[in-house]
Ligand binder design. Sequence first.
Ligand SMILES: [Mg+2]
Length: 295
Amino acid sequence: MQQAGRGGEAGAVLIDIDGVLTVSWEPLPGAVAALERLRAAGLPLALVTNTTSRTRASIAARLADAGFPVTADDILTAPSVTAAYLREHHPRARCLLLNAGDIRDDLTGVTLVSEPEAPDRPGESGPDVDVVVLGGAGDAFDYAALNRVFRHLQGGARLVAMHRNLYWRTADGLDLDTGAFLLGLEQAARTEAEVTGKPAAAFFGAALSHLGAAPSATLMVGDDIESDVLAAQRTGVTGVLVRTGKYLPETHRAASGTPDHVLDSFADLPDLLDRLDASSDRAGGRAGGDNGSRD
Ligand SMILES: [Mg+2]
């Protein structure tokens, strides 16, 4: 396996974690061996995830325990990209975070207002909130918390969401995620969230900068056809959909576009890269141009 790049550009692979490498943090069959093959080939790679329940270090430790050859530096999360976004676009803003799980270690440079300090209504005593930041849904998204968010939005706070995912797959089935609550908040408060995680183009841009890779020489592998695959394709990255995790045939059929490639699982990725290398060689160095074959 060669690097997936063309003509001297670095090749790279962006890999979603949940539903691609693992489900409920248990490795999917063949995923560890496939990632080891990519590592052995020296391919630059980043694990890009909208996971909001753990820090980069915690995710790396969990994946390493499961046998995946990764470190925290290989991982980009929606919270870490969100922190960079807040530092750039809302510097010094007082942020109220609603999230299931402790991700504060990945929110460096962000001023968080804890809920007990934040007033229930704008104008009441206590620190004001400039930006409401929605992370991943969970028990923290109860009526009181969502209503508090609604009132801050009415008072002029901006709304930043780490993603719009409607649901995710757990060992027990599909669970409702932030996107479902976000739609209601946007409608009720007549506002539109600034979204920082997948499918935002800025998220893929952050991942490409992290690796120093060009979009045309990069593959994105995911189980969410819209947020992972088609969103990446819109930024010039080659999209690879896997039929694991949240993959559903009806969602695939109803999607707004067509993936460049479809694989049964991540275990098939090394062979796809080998085929792309071979066709690239035949075509004189063109990478990711195998659009005629929907694998
Ligand atoms: Mg996924």
